[in-house]
Ligand binder design. Structure first.
Ligand SMILES: [Zn+2]
Ligand SMILES: [Zn+2]
Ligand SMILES: [Zn+2]
Ligand SMILES: [Zn+2]
Length: 268
């Protein structure tokens, strides 16, 4: 009986010591972890690299911050398994500090943000709340059913930066179609068209989308894997990893200032 009791006690205490070790690296200001390069105050207190530039003295002892590197703590930090930033949302991963930020970038427990382009909406939540949010807060977005639809952007000649957004429902999923117009410099405008799945990256890999502009004896086509709203479309637009065209091409395919983009979603 005493042996049965010892085993779980040992397991618990070893877990506690790992957590304790990580907690030694907690920043006293923001409670995030202090990771290498680790700088200490004159008395040896640590503060993270985000908080440090905002401080005039050590938050623990009020002493001078100085520029003293703590190499021993850096060595220890490289052996400690730190819990993921989203552990309170359910992520059980513990990682070396060198792997931590890369994991957190794609962590499935990272909250979803509102997928509408433009940074005006600050909503955050879980994946299964996204559609409810869109239906309540962004009522003006039209939804079309089917794998093959036309995304009609009206008044594409409107000046300045403009976003056109539409939803497409098929295969039991919801896709958000985005056409973004950016003014690069002096009247030179570029259009970016892209599709994102209201779903995880894993789910998005099961689909492909095709965007097609059709004009008089002309056709411009782009095919790719939809983005997940978890990664969003901004980085893809920045890297031109989407259908990109300028104003003159838009004019070739537009009709009275309206541009129809054929959107086809398929499973792969
Ligand atoms: Zn901090
Ligand atoms: Zn101090
Ligand atoms: Zn995680
Ligand atoms: Zn929103």
């Amino acid at each position: 009986m005493s042996r049965q009791q010892q085993t779980p006690t040992a397991a618990v205490s070893s877990t506690t010591s790992t957590t304790d070790l990580a907690s030694l690296f907690e920043c006293p200001v923001c409670f995030d972890y202090v990771l290498p390069p680790i700088l200490q105050c004159q008395s040896g207190h640590l503060v993270c690299s985000t908080c440090r530039p905002k401080l005039t003295c050590c938050p623990t002892c009020r002493g001078a911050l100085g520029n003293i590197r703590n190499l021993a703590m850096e060595k220890v930090a490289s052996t400690v398994m730190f819990p993921c930033k989203y552990s309170s949302s359910g992520c059980a991963a513990t990682l070396l500090h060198t792997e931590k930020s890369e994991h957190e970038e794609t962590c499935e427990f990272r909250p979803y943000v509102c997928p509408c382009p433009g940074a005006s909406c600050k909503w955050q939540g879980s994946l299964d709340q996204v559609m409810t949010h869109l239906m309540h807060t962004h009522k003006s977005i039209t939804t079309l059913q089917g794998e093959d639809i036309v995304f009609l952007a009206t008044d594409i000649n409107l000046p300045g930066a403009v976003d056109w957004v539409m939803m497409q429902s098929c295969f039991g999923q919801h896709f958000m179609l985005v056409l973004e117009k950016q003014e690069k410099y002096d009247g030179h405008q570029q259009f970016f068209a892209i599709v994102q799945l209201i779903g995880s990256r894993k789910q998005a890999e099961n689909f492909a989308y095709r965007l097609e502009l059709n004009g008089h004896r002309r056709r411009l086509t782009w095919e790719a894997t939809p983005r997940s709203i978890h990664e969003g479309v901004q980085s893809a637009i920045l890297n031109s990893d989407c259908l990109v065209f300028d104003t003159s091409i838009a004019q070739l395919f537009a009709d009275n200032g309206n541009l129809g983009i054929n959107v086809t979603i398929s499973m792969c």
